[in-house]
Design a protein around this ligand. Structure first.
Ligand code: AMP
Ligand code: GLY
Length: 421
């Protein structure tokens, strides 16, 4: 089987590594991929150019295409490939709306009684200000569309909420993504990410995980694409998992079916475990980054059957087999990220026990050099979370490039949580 993975991040590299030892996989491509993906042949091109991706897939006689990044999903890449006869893992454009529009997602949850933060929708600055009158602060103001993870603004006071609305509607800080906004109640509790594979009917939740979004230790600094993750989360007990299945996962998959937008692929549930039960913070129509790197570290078999079953139906609980241990993923970023940073620094590493998934890298001569903000993810597993964290940091400490930055506290909140959970 000839397989194409769309994307260029460490998440895609984790998927590629999980597939490449499957004897059924005779050719493995990435578009555009990155120079660190030794297991795949990289095809040049922009994943937002549907016609070009279709042409490349047909030329390379691709049997199955895995589409992971948010923008191409929202741009209808799966629809375009399927129309050309290329089978895909990933939701259609209509189903990807669950991530591409926060207004769509919130209205879906309201209509189907899925627990989430109370909210109002605003179409203009004035409408937003009016909605604020009946909402106690703090609130969270969110641009409707895809905004590279930057469209979520916390507002502790009314003045901050007004400033957030102004940046969305008046300054157009998020362009078209900010033509509408959601204003929602501020929730508190441990955050958990759960990736659920689905064929539109059956559900297969993967081990839970926990992202670390801020750039600096102690959850300080700016939001990033994710600085590390652990899996599973100690806060996500079996009782919580059962409740989420009953109140959130099944109702969401059924709601999408009832709306005529059956979701097939990986549905990401960003959850807050509040005193009032688990609530949905956000949906993503795809695998999370860096959660996927941590979760894949625990995977013991090829995910190919699971992916194929998501597309064709017949997803089964034993399509994926996970180790019982814990995993930790530490992201190495360029110094300065998520603000300005320099690139082109050689990446040097000693042999170590972890697994490296590459993201922002390119080849220069016979060396890999840095080429992006998040350069690579280093992952390791262990019987305990402590072992996994220590092994991931041992591996991360053996990799060097000028200005390298990593958080030193990935997993610390979970380790403290283990004592209280
Ligand atoms: P999102 O991009 O939607 O994942 O949101 C980014 C982050 O904002 C989440 O991971 C949460 O930490 C935080 N967040 C989003 N919505 C809320 C909320 N209603 N209450 C508290 N924090 C939130
Ligand atoms: N880690 C959250 C995301 O992938 O959006």
């Amino acid at each position: 089987m000839r397989i194409l993975v769309i994307g260029s991040g460490a998440r895609e590299h984790a998927i590629i590594k999980a597939l490449h030892t499957d004897p059924r996989v005779t050719a493995l491509y990435a578009l555009p991929g990155n120079a660190g993906m030794a297991e795949a042949i990289c095809l040049p091109g922009d994943p937002m150019d549907n016609a070009l991706v279709v042409q490349q897939a047909l030329e390379e006689r691709i049997d199955f295409c895995i589409v992971t990044p948010d923008d191409p999903l929202a741009n209808g890449l799966v629809d375009a490939l399927e129309a050309a006869g290329v089978a895909c893992f990933g939701p259609t454009q209509a189903a990807a709306q669950i991530e591409a529009s926060k207004v769509f997602a919130k209205e879906l949850m309201r209509k189907y009684g899925i627990p989430t933060a109370g909210f109002a929708v605003a179409h203009s600055f004035d409408e937003g200000m009016k909605a604020l009158q009946s909402m106690p602060c703090p609130v969270v103001v969110k641009a409707d569309g895809l905004a590279k993870g930057k469209g979520v603004l916390m507002a502790g006071t009314r003045a901050e909420a007004e400033a957030a609305l102004r940046s969305i509607f008046c300054d157009r800080a998020f362009g078209q993504a900010g033509s509408r906004a959601v204003i929602e109640e501020y929730l508190q509790g441990p955050e958990v990410s759960v990736l659920v594979l689905t064929d539109g009917e059956a559900l297969l939740p993967l081990p839970s995980s926990m992202d670390h979004k801020r750039a600096l230790d102690g959850d300080l600094g700016l939001n990033t694409g994710g600085m590390g993750a652990i899996a599973p989360s100690p806060f996500y007990t079996q009782a919580v998992a059962a409740r989420c299945m009953r109140e959130i996962y099944l109702p969401t998959v059924r709601a999408m079916q009832a709306e005529g937008r059956p979701f097939r692929g990986c549905l990401f549930f960003g959850l807050m475990l509040t005193g009032d039960g688990p609530k949905v913070l956000e949906y993503n129509a795809r695998f999370g980054d860096p959660e996927t790197q941590a979760v894949m570290t625990l995977l013991n078999n090829s995910p190919l059957d699971a992916f194929l079953h998501c597309r064709n139906g017949g997803l089964m609980a034993d399509d994926l087999r996970f180790a019982a241990g814990r995993a930790c993923c530490v992201v190495l970023a360029s110094g300065g990220y998520p603000e300005a940073f320099d690139t082109g620094f050689a990446i040097r590493q000693q042999p170590h026990g972890g697994t490296v998934y590459y993201a922002g890298v390119r080849r220069q001569g016979d060396e890999l050099v840095t080429a992006g903000g998040r350069v690579l993810s280093v992952c390791a597993a262990g019987d305990t979370l402590r072992q996994a964290v220590d092994a991931a940091y041992r591996a991360a400490d053996s990799i060097h490039f000028e200005g390298a930055h990593m958080r030193r506290d990935i997993g610390q909140r979970a380790l403290r949580g283990e004592e209280t959970a």
